[in-house]
Design a protein around this ligand. Sequence first.
Ligand SMILES: CC(=O)SCCNC(=O)CCNC(=O)[C@H](O)C(C)(C)COP(=O)(O)OP(=O)(O)OC[C@H]1O[C@@H](n2cnc3c(N)ncnc32)[C@H](O)[C@@H]1OP(=O)(O)O
Ligand SMILES: CC(=O)C(=O)O
Length: 524
Amino acid sequence: MSLVKLYDTTLRDGTQAEDISLLVEDKVRIARKLDELGIQYIEGGWPGSNPKDVAFFKDIKKEKLRQAKIAAFGSTRRAKVTPDKDNNIVTLIKAEADAITIFGKTWDFHVREALRISLEENLELIYDSLEYLKKHAPEVFYDAEHFFDGYKANPDYAIKTLKAAEEANVDCIILCDTNGGTMPFEVAEIIKAVKEQIKTPLGIHAHNDSECAVANSLHAVDLGIVQVQGTINGFGERCGNANLCSIIPALKVKMAKECISDEQMRHLRELSRFVYELANISPDKHQAYVGNSAFAHKGGVHVSAIQRHPETYEHMRPELVGNCTRVLVSDLSGRSNILAKAEEFNINLDSKDPVTLEILDNIKEMENRGYQFEGAEASFELLMMKALGTHRKFFTVLGFRVIDEKRGEDQKPLAEATIMVRVGGKVEHTAAEGSGPVNALDNAIRKALEKFYPKLKEVKLLDYKVRVLPAGQGTASSTRVLIESGDRHTRWGTVGVSDNIIDASYQALIDSIDFKLHKSEEQE
Ligand SMILES: CC(=O)SCCNC(=O)CCNC(=O)[C@H](O)C(C)(C)COP(=O)(O)OP(=O)(O)OC[C@H]1O[C@@H](n2cnc3c(N)ncnc32)[C@H](O)[C@@H]1OP(=O)(O)O
Ligand SMILES: CC(=O)C(=O)O
């Protein structure tokens, strides 16, 4: 297997994405994880840009990375100053990184319009910036910005810029699709032409503005490119960069190109989620390879087939990237979905058992009323237990009342809930306040039940989603509430539907508590 080197720019180009900003500590934590994953180069930032990036290069030196090299990023020197006097170049060297990457202009249009210098002067900028850096850094890479657009506009000039970098003896020339508009067939044609004229090892840095960044990067590797730049989860300027979470498994599984070990790749999903978490961005469920839905099967026909052989509807084994097969339950389910779920919950169910059909019919009828079990597997498991007669009634709610009161225009509203529950022979009547009516109700339910079941103290409400469902013919619109709860060990989802938002929330809250009590009992 030939080796492709991965160059991660999450900490530099990734942070150029709208809504993404990382603290120095976050950057160091991500760098550690990238190193563990086996990424060969980690671009830490642009030290000439801001003090945070300067601090990163200082702090990362204290880390004992296993194998990754840290790269510092910047640009060619400014016109009219020599490299040794150019603040950006001097700062790059001071960062004392293992490698330095600078970008320079390839596109004649950019030279004229953005830099406003002559084409000849730009070639000098490229050559002497790189030649100077080569004397001061162990490895120097050249990002040929807008290479593909530049080549299309003026191929002779674009090649001249690469030759200037080659003459300066750089270690790798990276062809950049900076505006992300190049098509895969153009990439192939242009790289072939470049390879006839440039002998320096080549890399690719593709943006995703036309959704082709991953395809372009893979095409480039197929044509012999040895360095692939990208970011975790595809974060990056505008529509993002080539997504390394897709590139890595494609290289290894589909193209037999070595880049990280099999064991390292099993941590890819974990790393993807770690970066989402630190960037404070919700993970994209539908993300290829590592997303929650990447191997989630909903249609009954699909579920029936994957149970016979997973490859019928899975392009590769999810475990290779640390993901897993999931079966969803909905009104598109068949008996196979119900049986798969039963197996997941360790429930013995036979496809010929009338209960299987009863559960299936029940689900379809409830989904028709607005329930959705895809994100509410705990409610579904409770429903199964009820159908099978294994559900235990831990408590009975005898009634509740919720009051939401505002005492003046500039006063905050106050919410209070009272609830009456019976556990065994005892009746408990409790009141609690909350930041809103649902929170007050949640507090009151727990306060009433925690006395009997102290384990409920562990339960936290992690997410609360409300969706107003459109009215059907002759009916009022109703509300669906999805709640995600969790304890120290796990998370679970529950659902409630009603034309009253408090009632819908109540159903989801009660299911959450009921589920926790069943699971605690099973564990004991
Ligand atoms: C394709 C890419 O993604 S490249 C990376 C882009 N990332 C960033 O821009 C984030 C970090 N940038 C920054 O912090 C700032 O832009 C800085 C510190 C680099 C520069 O700030 P300023 O000096 O205030 O300049 P400003 O940002 O307004 O304009 C960019 C300058 O860089 C110059 N420039 C652009 N590309 C190059 C290049 N390859 N070589 C040399 N100079 C360049 C422009 O001509 C302009 O200089 P001028 O105004 O003197 O003509
Ligand atoms: C260098 C870089 O980030 C680009 O060309 O997109």
